[in-house]
Ligand binder design. Sequence first.
Ligand code: NAD
Length: 251
Amino acid sequence: MHDARTAIVTGAGSGIGYATAVALAAEGYRIVAVDIAADGTERAADAVAAAGSEALPVALDVRDADAFEAAVDRAEQHFGGAPELLANIAGIGVAATLTETSREDWDAVLGVNLTALFETCRIVLPRMVAAGGGCIVNVSSVAGVVGVRNRAAYCASKAGVIGLTRSIAVDYADRGIRANAICPGTVASEWIGKILADAPDPGAAREAMEKRQLDGRMGTPEEVAEGIVFLAGARFANGSAFVMDGGMTAI
Ligand SMILES: NC(=O)c1ccc[n+]([C@@H]2O[C@H](COP(=O)([O-])OP(=O)(O)OC[C@H]3O[C@@H](n4cnc5c(N)ncnc54)[C@H](O)[C@@H]3O)[C@@H](O)[C@H]2O)c1
């Protein structure tokens, strides 16, 4: 293992977050595995241990800033020192056009995907600055870069993630902070599995999703985790929105 570095990973309970927790563990990071699903945080902690590192599982809703701040305090006591990496991965989506989107759904999607990032970054940034620097990777989406049908609130939230990430890069670069966004295309996570299972014709829905990528397949959570690990270590990457979408937006 490298020097003991700590990474906070939100959404660590499944999909891209889980794969990222494991990939970062293999790189020598100790992991604060945050998820709203307690069983997911425990599974992630076991996988991190199997990858040769150590995890602190923390079950919380990322919209609860006080709970998140208490978790960061706990992590600093447990592991010692400020986190070096914050990977904001927890996210939700609602399938609806703008006129079909209820205010409740809008608030839920913006709350988890964007406002929670504002809070987690607001809590972690001063600690990173005091420690001499750190790195933030925020998960956006191709839906933050191009319009995706029936995803009004989701597109708005993910475009907001890119804007927030760039503003952090601009404002904090001189204090040793790098902030980058990653914009995955369609990834075969638990979430997409549920969307497909609920579709009227799951086979046709899967085929349509696969066809959106140039090589006719969805990405894997592990492939996106590679991108997040890359951005965590890429010292000349700052304020970028790294599109990793199997060529979906190249055409
Ligand atoms: N799967 C895709 O095709 C895809 C594409 C682009 C971007 N993304 C983004 O990647 C991220 C991860 O998605 P995924 O596909 O792995 O989904 P997933 O549903 O498999 O994983 C998301 C995790 O976030 C957790 N979570 C949800 N709301 C939370 C909350 N309020 N507080 C704490 N944890 C919460 C869930 O419990 C879950 O474990 C999301 O931000 C998503 O928008 C996914």
